[in-house]
Design a protein around this ligand. Structure first.
Ligand code: ATP
Length: 309
């Protein structure tokens, strides 16, 4: 769906992107993350054909988005920009109908889209009366028009309440199951854990890592925490067993916390499981995407070494 090879982009002397190679296949969700100014919007604009790269090749839906001949492919791309701006005097329905016509779609089935984003009751109200979250949901409905093969969403959950956020991720899962490729750019890393297949981390125009979250955790050697609750005596036994092998501590009586290197996590879990029946609980916490992002953003790694794509 997307194949970028050695993409660079400069604005005058400013190098916004340097040597980005990235792929996205159908049925996959890729999150593009990075600090402000890392180059996410520039990359999205190149994928959409709104900007030409200074170097490198771009293939989107097997075509070059910078070519005129690509226009027939555009109906297969759904795009939600970071700033959703609609004509305030039009109703939601008139707005969606406008975008549907641009994509050459029937306006008879618009209710389905309003229903999906929970806006059916407000479809005939002027957009000027919508809350920020309602405008955002209208933007998502617009991006979903015509069941796109490629969905590109810049901060899709911006301004949405927790229920609406859940609904958006449910919709994205449905689109993925239908075979769409989804590219999300987001700063809200906490909500991406468990919801994406792969992540691409941009740092100052360079791709510092790409792969699944577990792969990136593993490659950078981020440790997981295993918290075991058991009687004091069992805790003492566990401490004795592990304290010379891995960091082991006991914050409270009746609890042991083991810090597990990624390569030894399963082995350690196996050893702890030998105590089953005598322990009350095991809580395994892997580093979150936010922690992975921070680790990659502050260390000197290259995407080449770390990619599993
Ligand atoms: P944010 O998270 O703040 O939206 P971003 O990751 O999307 O940031 P970009 O907007 O792609 O980052 O910008 C990347 C770099 O390129 C920044 O240093 C920005 O100042 C610069 N830049 C972007 N557009 C232009 C432009 N039209 N002219 C000059 N520099 C630009």
């Amino acid at each position: 769906m997307i194949e970028l090879l050695g993409i660079s982009k400069s604005y005058g002397r400013k190098k916004a992107l340097e040597g980005i190679s990235l792929t996205l296949s159908n049925g996959q969700c890729l999150a593009l993350v990075g600090h402000n100014g890392a180059g996410k919007t520039t990359l999205i604009k190149i994928i959409l054909g709104l900007l030409k790269p200074s170097n490198g090749s771009v293939a989107v839906l097997h075509g070059d988005p910078g070519n005129r001949s690509f226009n027939r492919n555009r109906r297969h791309i759904g795009f939600l920009p970071e700033q959703v701006l609609f004509q305030k005097t039009l109703t939601g329905r008139e707005t969606l109908a406008f975008y549907a016509r641009l994509k050459g779609l029937s306006v008879k089935t618009l209710d389905t889209y309003f229903e999906r984003v929970d806006l059916l009751g407000a479809a005939d109200r002027r957009v000027g009366t919508y809350s920020k979250g309602m405008r955002q949901r209208l933007g998502i409905a617009q991006a979903l028009l015509g069941q796109p093969k490629l969905l590109i969403l810049d901060e899709p959950t911006s301004g949405l309440d927790p229920v609406a956020r859940q609904n958006i991720y449910k919709i994205l899962d449905e689109e993925k199951r239908k075979g769409a490729a989804v590219l999300i750019s987001s700063h809200v890393l906490t909500e991406l854990d468990d919801r994406i297949d792969r992540v691409a981390i941009l740092n100052d125009g360079k791709l510092v890592a790409q792969g699944s979250i577990p792969t990136l955790r593993h490659q950078i050697g981020m440790h997981s925490q295993m918290k075991i609750s058991a009687d004091r005596e069992i805790c003492r036994e566990l401490m004795t067993m592990f304290q010379n092998e891995i960091p082991a501590r006991s914050q409270f009586a009746g609890e042991v916390i083991l810090t597990c290197p990624p390569a030894r996590k399963v082995e350690i879990l196996g050893k702890v499981m030998a105590f089953r029946g005598r322990i009350q609980d095991i809580e395994l916490t892997d580093p979150t995407l936010e922690q992975v992002f921070n680790a990659y953003s502050t260390s000197d790694h290259s995407a080449g070494e770390l990619s599993d794509a």
